[in-house]
Ligand binder design. Sequence first.
Ligand code: NIG
Ligand code: FE
Length: 399
Amino acid sequence: MTGLSLKGAISDDELTVLEDAGLLISEGKIISVGGFDELKYSHPEAEIHTLEGNHTCLPGFIDSHTHICFGGSRANDYAMRNAGKTYLEIAKAGGGIWDTVTQTRKASQETLTKHTVKLANRHLKNGTTTIEVKSGYGLSVDEELKMLRAIKKADTASSADLISTCLAAHMLPKDFVGSASEYLEEIGTNLFPILKEEGLTTRVDAFIEESAFSAEQIAPYFQEAKTMGFDITVHADQFSTGGSKVAVEFEAVSADHLEASTQTEIELLAKSNTIATALPGASLGLGCNFTPARKILDAGGVLSIASDHNPGSAPMGDLLTQAAILGAFEKLSNSEVLAGITFRAAAALRLEDRGKLTKGMLADLSIFHTSNYNEILYNQGNLKPCMVFKNGELVYNKH
Ligand code: NIG
Ligand code: FE
């Protein structure tokens, strides 16, 4: 993927496929990529590992949007939704985001860490070596801190890299006495400084939606976050438009969801440096339309694809399957899909050291048992990696 551009459409003939190839790895990084024999002769000091049979090596996948730190399950919400119950009926029956907040508050930090590690390791086995993880089921200063500390511990305990994001602005907590603006002000004043002090995250997210926060309510919150040096990311245009405009105004690193985006929002995003993130797992979980990924790419935007793995709208949590399905529905080239879960997703997290198999990048690798890279998306997630490397270390081996 060396020569592929960050922005816009990519055709499959732009992708370089190296055959009889080798990677030279040292101290967790890729030193050189090229023909196996050539590398072998130019580096006689190298310890050699060969893979017998046909394999395809891709960069480790990067999931730039998940909520895998949570308590409880929303299997009953899912059943009710599919049986035709409305959002309001589900909320009345005790479902929705608030249900997960209640279950997450009941869980100890240790329990949350354990659960997050378990899910992170499942993603790792499926080839995902970097996973963004949001808070947002705590919704008070103390409970958000508990989540972000749990995520930090989980990062140490899992071989995958976990990148945390503060999503205290997920919804107005039902038990907060005061207005939405007062809640956001409290978070900005009392939580943001601790996030900095403890190094818990460098990223702040907000859900801009009729059921969550309005653009007007979020503006001073994002202003404060930006002033303090946080990167901004937004849950935007999921059911109604408005979020992506805020994202562009605040120079957010990414605007995620975008299922409701129209040509106006698509063009706005394409002209900006804000990365558009499609979350096909949320479309599959809710049974609604996909993000207009083809239009975003054709307008010249950057498309990242993430799983949104969460207990409510996206319970599946299988990035490769979802990216393959999005590709089929949105008519994306295989290169565009693979770019969306590798270097373009890395850009959505402002990570410059991963996502391509080139010199200097981390040796994060997903290896599949096939000689034809097209087999990987063709199998729609059912062809799993047989080996996964993180920082040059073998962390999963099915052989
Ligand atoms: O990204 N859209 C808002 N937040 C999550 C859903 C969280 C939940 O339902 O628990 C999302 O889809
Ligand atoms: Fe989300």
